[in-house]
Structure formats: C-alpha cells, structure tokens
Design a protein. Structure first.
Length: 80
C-alpha cells in the first residue's frame, strides 16, 4: 500500500474517532474531539491536494473553521 493510501485511511480513522469524541457528554472528550477533527482535516487536505481534489480541500477548510468554532464554544474547566 502506498503512503497516500495510508494517509487516506488515517484520515478516515481520525474522522470517525473525532465524531465519537465530539458526541460525548463529557466536555473534555468533546474538546479533544475537536482537536482530532482538526488533525483529520489536515490529513484529508494532504491526501486531496496531490490529486487536485479541490472540492474536498475546500470542504476540509470549511469544516476546520467549524471545528475551531467548536473548540472556542467548548469550555473545559482547568484542573486545580
């Protein structure tokens, strides 16, 4: 399997994991989920760019903006 194929499957796994975390009732898990989503957005862009899949790149940029919004709206109590 080529590295680009591994990138696609890594992006898939990160997206599914992030969706599971964001769906949690636990604020900390949701917060982590948004970071994992941002990581998956980066992976998807890295996978789509060489193939010039510009619609997918644009989608990931838009989703990244929403994930940043989610991060800002998710309040996590600081320990201590």
């Amino acid at each position: 399997m080529e590295w680009i194929d591994m990138l696609q499957w890594s992006a898939f796994a990160a997206s599914v994991t992030a969706a599971w975390l964001v769906g949690s009732n636990n604020e900390r898990r949701r917060f982590i989920g948004f970071w994992v989503f941002l990581f998956s957005n980066t992976l998807w862009i890295a996978w789509a760019w060489p193939g010039q899949a510009w619609a997918l790149v644009a989608l990931q940029v838009a989703l990244a903006a929403m994930n940043i919004r989610g991060l800002k709206k998710t309040k996590v109590d600081e320990p201590g």
